[in-house]
Design a protein around this ligand. Structure first.
Ligand code: SF4
Ligand code: SF4
Ligand code: SF4
Length: 337
């Protein structure tokens, strides 16, 4: 792993000022009590939030927009930087890359955006209610799928390159700021904080079954638990729409042979309805269970990467107040009783 570097907050603001002019710079800022990515310019770099877990929107949305015309040429966009990507969302790029880049067909829209965006991952320096990345073997700090790691501590910003592009970016930052090697004490403080957050997450989710076991439990589960949990589901689809690994879409025909790719989810009624009227997911509890089967039972049969990275957004967002983790914990406790 590359060395860790440190830069003063004053110099960092100068770097951001420069970068906001030469790149499209996105970073998490506060919105009505939560945080989400915003295009920042040199006037509002002071509003950027550092090292708070998970922006409301997963980073996936930059690569797979909710709606796009896939019959127009995929143009080259201005080089872009996304700051503040948490480890759960970076890990989710594994399965998206498998699907969109490593199968028989390469999706040029996805590919161009993946290549155009420089990702700066954040260490999570706190945890929020439904975070459970460590239950699925992930760490609450960036290890892969990003170019730079960033951790802010008081008036200092710590950076570490995780790719050749990250090393280039660090070099570019050196034109506008003094960048020095972090001392041993500073680096070990960062590591101690990482261990503390990892411990907190593990402790908080100690009853949650792991990824593979969850798949087995779901496979062997009786209908009654799904009927019970689905009783407050309103089929809004928010749980799947907000998920960093969900990929379902509709292709909508428009006049002049235009085709619009639009996000779809298995939670919507009619998702699998066919012309003769058959609908394998017609019953609400079956549709509700489908999301869990997709994530934990079927995706592992076809992909190397995990299909749930433990971000907890599906729980945060559910208006039926349904907790995926409570359901999985209940399945695990029934198995043990
Ligand atoms: S967010 Fe909740 S209510 Fe909406 S479809 Fe998902 S489980 Fe059902
Ligand atoms: S299933 Fe839920 S917890 Fe898992 S990655 Fe999707 S939104 Fe996050
Ligand atoms: S089938 Fe459902 S759970 Fe699976 S990727 Fe599609 S929307 Fe997500």
């Amino acid at each position: 792993m590359d060395k860790m570097f440190v830069i003063s907050m004053t110099d960092w603001q100068a770097v951001l000022g420069q970068f906001s002019a030469s790149y499209s710079l996105f970073a998490p800022v506060e919105f009505n009590g939560s945080q989400d990515y915003e295009l920042v310019d040199k006037e509002n770099t002071g509003n950027i939030i550092y090292n708070h877990p998970k922006p409301a929107t997963p980073v996936k949305t930059f690569f797979l927009p909710v709606k796009e015309n896939v019959t127009v040429e995929s143009g080259i966009e201005k080089p872009a930087i996304i700051m503040g990507v948490p480890s759960c969302d970076l890990a989710a790029l594994d399965i998206l890359d498998e699907m969109y880049l490593q199968r028989d067909y390469t999706d040029i829209y996805y590919k161009n955006r993946r290549e155009n965006f420089i990702l700066i991952g954040y260490d999570c320096r706190s945890i929020v209610e439904n975070c459970h990345c460590t239950s699925y073997g992930l760490k609450p700090y960036p290890e892969k799928n990003c170019d730079l790691m960033l951790a802010r501590d008081r008036h200092l910003v710590f950076l570490q390159s995780l790719s050749a592009r990250g090393a280039e970016l660090l070099k570019e930052m050196g034109k506008y700021a003094d960048i020095i090697k972090a001392s041993k004490d500073e680096a070990s403080e960062i590591n101690e904080k990482r261990s503390e957050i990892t411990r907190l997450l593990k402790d908080k989710n100690k009853n949650l079954p792991g990824y593979e076991l969850s798949g087995k439990l779901i496979k062997d589960s009786p209908d009654k638990i799904w009927k019970s949990y689905a009783s407050t589901c309103v089929s809004c689809g928010a749980c799947a729409a907000i998920c960093p690994t969900c990929t379902c879409f509709l292709l909508i025909d428009r006049p002049d042979f235009e085709k619009i790719r639009q996000l779809d989810t298995c939670q919507y009624p009619g998702f699998e309805k066919v012309a003769a009227g058959e609908d394998p997911l017609g019953e609400l509890f079956v549709r509700f269970r489908n999301r869990y089967q997709c994530k934990y039972v079927w995706k592992p049969l076809k992909f190397k990467s995990i299909a749930c990275t433990g971000c907890g957004r599906c729980i945060d967002t559910c208006i039926g107040k349904i907790s995926k983790n409570e359901l999985l914990e209940e399945l695990a406790s029934e198995k043990n009783s």
